[in-house]
Design a binder for this molecule. Sequence first.
Ligand code: DX5
Ligand code: ZN
Length: 222
Amino acid sequence: MIKIAPSVLSADLGALVKDIEKVENTADWLHWDIMDGHFVDNLTFGPQFVSNIRKKSKLFFDVHLMIANPDRFIPKFIEAGADLITFHAEVVDNLRPNIQTIKASGIKVGVAINPPTPLDKIYSVLEEIDVVLIMTVNPGFSGQGFIYEVLPKIEELSKIITQRNLKLELEVDGGINLDTAYEVVKRGATALVAGSFVYQNQQGPKEAIRSLRKRTKKIDNS
Ligand code: DX5
Ligand code: ZN
């Protein structure tokens, strides 16, 4: 079944706990966009913040680090209660030390790539990670338009996953709505991050998640 991960970034931050409760029983994961003002031009949540909210939700915390120094903060987000930590391939020369730190703590590990970054960057570690996060917008803000040029990359990764028989979640992040969800799941995506579609939806977050499931159900073979 396709996993749906609403992004906290699009929620009402003044009423965050309430907004998380709205998706508590419908979402699979809760997506946290951690931004440092260096790797991306925006600032969001620190480990203390995530730790405080951890006490208010049982959801699987999917922590997406859009930061220039992941090695510095990974231990803090592990301590904060992350269930999955994903860091960007663009910010490190060697992916392995961070992968090992995260895995050693017993939680899941993911590597993210921006729209222009080729899959070559992560080929050698695909056997060692749980999630590949493919960005379909340039990171930094929610509510941006989906970059269709990334679709072949999703298809290519999905083929590799099948060929190598990998147990890997293919997560897509940015510009997801009913149409783009269909396009990415058709090409092999197994987890969808959705910010504005879920939290700025006239039908409300629950119904938005349900509609994403409905739209992708027939093409989901898992
Ligand atoms: C973008 C973030 C996304 C964002 C998605 O930098 O990584 O997770 O919150 O928001 P939407 O779904 O509105 O594009
Ligand atoms: Zn994200």
